[in-house]
Design a protein around this ligand. Structure first.
Ligand SMILES: [Zn+2]
Length: 256
């Protein structure tokens, strides 16, 4: 079969691919792929992760692609990583402050805006109050596109984040496009079958820089993220890529 470059895949094909859940390559809703092309319409993109580093590890290259094109990206952190391991022992409050500062630094590198949802690491909850508060947060951002955790993941905080976003998607009458991302494929993200690839070859270096400002970021990046970026790149014929699963808006309404 003849080799097809990413540029050969038209926007029409990309949207058709999204509708049918077939795997395609492209940046959701963003017109054009050149970094110097002005955006047709400024998009609001929200990347929701459970902990400091989850948005960056999972979608850092995609975030930089959006912001390079002039779109607005908000990195939403459900928690401040209060119980994450640091090199020296700290209280949960001290750890939360250190890790929040890491998020701020990572967002500067990616030209994104950090936002914190106020839950606590390892004690995250899904209940009617939490769902209402999360919906309020999403409503205030008014995103066109949301990326969040794939729900089949042994980490409870990841599942919580995924469920809160899914609940808000329904409550907001599916006003935004919903995409799931992968974190550590294998020990965390499981049974993940991408429907969309984003070529991050031009932004991988900034993704790496953003991940490295986090505690243990280098260890996680070299142990998992780098391999995943390269493997997803092989799958869609580029050097580095990030992979996502798009949830079609009509999925709940149609018979198989
Ligand atoms: Zn996490």
């Amino acid at each position: 079969m003849a080799h097809r470059r990413q540029e050969d895949i038209s926007r029409r094909e990309m949207l058709a691919g999204l509708a049918s859940s077939a795997a395609v390559v492209g940046l959701p809703l963003a017109e054009g792929s050149a970094a110097d092309a002005p955006p047709q319409r400024k998009l609001k993109v929200l990347v929701a992760g459970a902990h400091p580093d989850d948005p960056e590890l999972s979608a850092g290259g995609t975030i930089a692609r959006y912001t390079d094109l002039g779109h607005e990206v908000v990195c939403l952190y459900l928690t401040r990583g209060e119980v994450g391991k640091l090199n020296e022992p700290k209280t949960p409050e001290e750890t939360g402050k250190i890790r929040s500062a890491e998020c701020e630094k990572a967002c500067v590198i990616l030209k994104a805006r950090p936002l914190f949802a106020g839950q606590v690491d390892a004690s995250t909850e899904v209940n009617s109050e939490r769902c209402a508060a999360f919906l309020k947060l999403i409503d205030a951002v008014k995103p066109d596109v949301v990326f969040t955790h794939w729900p089949i993941d042994p980490h409870r905080d990841h599942r919580t984040t995924s469920l809160l976003v899914y609940d808000a998607w329904f409550k907001a009458a599916k006003k935004f496009e919903l995409f799931y991302f992968e974190v550590k494929a294998g020990p965390q993200t499981q049974l993940f079958r991408p429907t969309l690839y984003v070529d991050i070859t031009t932004t991988e270096d900034r993704k790496k820089q953003a991940c490295f400002v986090h505690s243990h970021g280098e260890q996680v990046y070299t142990g998992w993220t780098d391999l995943m970026n390269r493997f997803r790149g092989l799958e869609c014929r580029c050097k580095f890529a990030e992979a996502f699963v798009h949830l079609p808006r009509g999925a709940a309404d149609s018979l198989p």
